[in-house]
Design a protein around this ligand. Structure first.
Ligand SMILES: Nc1ncnc2c1ncn2[C@@H]1O[C@H](COP(=O)(O)OP(=O)(O)OP(=O)(O)O)[C@@H](O)[C@H]1O
Ligand SMILES: [Mg+2]
Length: 275
């Protein structure tokens, strides 16, 4: 009788205990880097892809995982749209472009197909993307996150082993509010934040002057406020946008460009943070 009661007590205790998450590593890579921002349209995908090739420029073997299930950008950003192969119908081989291994939901569905999925389906797709891709021999996988602090972000923060997260923002007050939410989510889930990047920081005119279109200094100030590193400022730049539209990221097509050099400088800091 007492045994049964003890057993019931134990079961109830286990059920009520806060859920412990196991953080599974992504196989086939030494390091995993998240590029994130709670705000949409601030340049996460542009920065993820350009940072990946900046890290490649420093001699690292890179992979890029597009975790935006609803709005994948990777196929367009690297001009690649093929179906990944699978030998056993379960695990997939990543595609390869510019010596980077790549995976995106966009390779698996038609471009025009709207993703009308509920949360559990998204989580199941993310499990496939993190556990069933046969990455090989990578130094780092750069993950391009969707905007927000929803299912995708929580799944990555709680259930995937992440070495570091980078938060991207524009200097606008509106964007910074979301950045603060993002910082708190990573802090709460024990994901190390490598630092913040200020994107569309300024526009350099033909007159050589820097125009601060979205305001000034806000990202650096937020980094200080939350005791995080400030990694650098990326200008609003036509060549960066053009190369993205062409499907050949600037840090790959023109690593000597002044904007590529800023990315490479940030990549050096990231590489050091991995040590
Ligand atoms: N520094 C920049 N200079 C010029 N254009 C930029 C810059 N950063 C981003 N863009 C452009 O801004 C748009 C939004 O960028 P991007 O898609 O990278 O943002 P995102 O944060 O990934 O968006 P989403 O939240 O939808 O995933 C794109 O058209 C991109 O080419
Ligand atoms: Mg994006």
């Amino acid at each position: 009788m007492t045994n049964k009661k003890e057993e019931m007590d134990r079961t109830i205790k286990e059920k009520l205990a806060p859920k412990k998450f196991i953080k599974n590593p992504i196989n086939g890579t030494k390091f995993t880097l998240l590029i994130s921002s709670a705000k949409g349209g601030v340049g996460k995908s542009t920065i993820a892809v350009n940072l990946a090739f900046a890290l490649q420029n420093l001699g690292m073997k890179v992979g890029i995982l597009d975790a935006d299930v609803y709005g994948p950008s990777l196929p367009k950003l690297i001009n690649l749209n093929k179906k990944p192969e699978s030998k056993d119908g379960k695990a997939m081989l990543p595609l390869e472009k510019y010596d980077a291994q790549c995976m995106s939901m966009g390779f698996l569905v038609e471009e025009q197909t709207p993703m009308i999925w509920r949360g559990p389906m998204v989580i199941s797709a993310l499990k496939t993307m993190t556990q069933k891709v046969l990455w090989k021999d990578r130094d780092v996988i750069v993950i391009d996150m969707p905007p927000g602090t929803g299912d995708t972000q929580l799944t990555f923060a709680q259930e995937v082993k992440i070495d570091g997260a980078i938060i991207v923002s524009t200097p606008q007050d509106l964007a910074l509010l979301d950045v603060k939410r993002g910082i708190q989510m990573f802090d709460k889930t024990g994901v190390k934040i490598f630092g913040l990047i200020d994107n569309m920081s300024f526009f350099k005119g033909d007159d050589g002057k820097e125009y601060k279109i979205f305001g000034e200094g806000g990202v650096e100030k937020t980094a200080k406020e939350f005791n995080k590193n400030f990694l650098g400022k990326i200008p609003l730049n036509e060549d960066l946008r053009n190369s993205a539209d062409k499907g050949d990221p600037l840090t790959h097509s023109d690593p000597d460009h002044e904007v590529s050099k800023i990315f490479i400088n940030i990549a050096e800091k990231i590489k050091q943070a991995f040590q």
